[in-house]
Design a protein around this ligand. Structure first.
Ligand SMILES: [Zn+2]
Length: 195
């Protein structure tokens, strides 16, 4: 029986940080489909110990993670396990989008995942320059070529936490060339305890 600890919708183009306790689960739902979710995780007791996509992909010798696989910290500790994944297409190679990608006239105030993370993580002492490369749920970028997502409305990933963590997500605001469906859309975050 699952007990819901937290359940909140995050608007497309915006971000959110949450604290998650060891043993709890986080489900991230792409409510409308085609939405990239940038994802970061830091050990709650030490923000210098964070989930590293480079340590994770070198552990598996692949850029493709799915059900059953773990995400590792910079200390090579398993931090998070993917226990359910209805999409199966994600990315561990790109940085988060940032203000320098939106330099064209009229785009100067465009939001970015870097901005979302900087805003939502400031209360935890994480500053902009400290933001690591994220895991990109639902991002379709084979061979470093960014393509529209495969994710369908309701596709989700469910993550089990192996340590207390501060997590930040961003419903990616990048809306160029049809990415994120051309218009960023909402995601749902649900934290549960399961006996
Ligand atoms: Zn982004």
């Amino acid at each position: 029986m699952a007990k819901i600890i937290f359940d909140e919708k995050v608007a497309g183009g915006y971000g959110k940080s949450v604290h998650i306790v060891k043993g709890q689960y986080l489900t991230i739902i792409d409510l409308e489909g085609k939405q990239i979710v940038d994802f970061l995780a830091f050990a709650a007791d030490d923000i210098t110990k964070y989930m590293s996509v480079s340590h994770t992909r070198s552990t598996y010798d692949t850029y493709d993670l799915t059900t059953g696989d773990y995400m590792y910290t910079v200390n090579h500790e398993p931090m998070i396990q993917i226990v359910e994944d209805t999409c199966g297409v994600h990315d561990m190679s790109f940085p988060c989008c940032n203000q320098y990608m939106f330099k064209n006239p009229g785009m100067e105030s465009h939001r970015s995942c870097q901005e979302n993370f900087t805003e939502s993580l400031s209360e935890y002492g994480v500053e902009g320059y400290m933001i690591p490369d994220p895991f990109h749920f639902f991002q379709n970028s084979p061979n470093m070529k960014l393509l529209p997502n495969h994710s369908k409305p309701g596709d989700y990933v469910k993550l089990k936490f192996l340590m207390d963590a501060v997590v930040a997500v961003s419903a990616c605001p990048y809306d160029i060339k049809g990415i994120n469906g051309g218009t960023p859309s909402s995601i749902q975050l649900t934290i549960t305890e399961e006996s």
